[in-house]
Design a protein around this ligand. Structure first.
Ligand code: SF4
Ligand code: SF4
Length: 353
């Protein structure tokens, strides 16, 4: 059953259509049913028992949960939350798509959505002396563990003197499941148990999706910070020097708009090099098209959004910097300019002995 809060959010929609001018999926497809407003009407219909067919499910599942509609909505509606909730109802009704099913089954059976079966962080434990207990836990995330090990190693080295460890048996934070309508209670409970065993009070996330999930979907028992906040607080301890390069910064939707972390990444970037903003940035930043299960479920649509985001890169920059491995994975194949993680940039700027 839809929660009262969600129903109230749907009813807040006055059908003004402001969101139509900003929804990147509507911009691509042009059909009302693929605009925020259209989805809100469909969500209302579903809550009243409307029959589901494929086009209705596609309408709800093509939202990237970028949140720019919420930013602009004059009535205070929160459409991405409504659509996540409706996705959950649709899944509960047994109308899960193949893509949602794959994501759920893979993540629950292997602990990561990519279905990797080898141990997740053994490589890190082998290369570094990771303590059993610490006050802070670096939550590495699935893409970090399996796709960006070099960045993770650099990140760990940058913060390891600050009383940091990792979870001994970390599993996916649950974001891919929660954003696509499945339950992640099992994964959350597993990670929370380990936080208690390690005795840590703070979780440090380096992925925007992990951060958003740890912060907003986990029990309110631990302090959750994004690595950029943590490092911006400790900037004087990092011993950085300036690099002769110019970069641009892509705000990940789930870090920026969803959690208002705009300044910490910029503080770190401008400490080490020149920053030239993209055509849209901060609360107005264009979505890269990777979130909400759209990259997996609707790859062509996702690609169209990515190409538009990459086209916003200003002239004369050496790198696109971001601090979300999904945004990085999503943009890199479509960009002539290399896409790097902010942590890689900081490591390059560390003073050498
Ligand atoms: S901007 Fe808000 S009120 Fe207007 S149509 Fe979109 S969701 Fe509804
Ligand atoms: S969250 Fe983004 S993709 Fe989803 S309806 Fe709103 S603007 Fe469109």
């Amino acid at each position: 059953m839809m929660e009262d809060e969600q129903l109230r959010s749907i009813l807040k929609c006055v059908r003004c259509g402001t969101c139509r001018s900003v929804c990147p999926i509507f911009e691509e497809l042009g059909w009302e049913s693929f605009s925020t407003r259209g989805r809100m009407m469909i969500a209302k219909g579903i809550s009243e028992g409307m029959d589901l067919d494929e086009s209705i499910i596609d309408s709800i599942n093509t939202c990237t949960t970028c949140g720019i509609c919420e930013e602009m909505c004059p009535a205070g509606a929160i459409p991405p939350d409504v659509f996540e909730n409706i996705r959950h109802e649709i899944v509960e009704m047994g109308k899960e798509t193949e893509s949602q099913k794959d994501l759920r089954e893979n993540t629950l059976s292997t602990g990561n959505p990519m279905n990797e079966t080898h141990p997740r962080l053994e490589w890190l434990m082998e290369q570094r002396d990771v303590p059993d207990h610490a006050e802070n836990v670096y939550f590495v995330g699935c893409l970090g563990s399996y796709r960006y090990q070099e960045t993770v190693l650099r990140t760990y080295d940058l913060i390891s003197d600050l009383d940091v460890t990792v979870l001994p048996d970390e599993v996916c934070c649950g974001s891919p499941l929660l954003r696509t309508g499945s339950d992640a209670g099992e994964l959350i409970a597993h990670n929370v148990r380990q936080m208690e065993e390690v005795g840590a009070h703070t979780m440090i996330a380096s992925c925007a999706g992990c951060y958003n999930t740890l912060k907003n979907d986990y029990p309110d028992r631990f302090r959750v910070v994004h690595i950029t906040e943590f490092l911006a607080e400790n900037l004087d301890k990092l011993e950085l020097e300036r690099l002769d390069i110019t970069v641009t910064y892509h705000d990940p939707c789930h870090l920026g708009r969803a959690n208002r972390i705009f300044d910490a990444p910029r503080k770190l970037i401008t400490a080490v090099c020149e920053l030239r903003e993209m055509r849209t940035s901060k609360e107005n930043a264009r979505c890269c098209g990777g979130g909400g299960g759209v990259r997996k479920g609707y790859p062509e649509l996702s690609k169209a959004l990515t190409e538009k985001r990459v086209a916003e890169v200003p002239e004369g920059v050496d790198y696109i910097v971001t601090c979300c491995p999904l945004c990085r994975t999503n943009m890199a194949p479509f960009s002539e300019i290399p896409v790097i993680d902010l942590l890689d940039l900081l490591t390059w700027a560390q003073k050498k002995e």
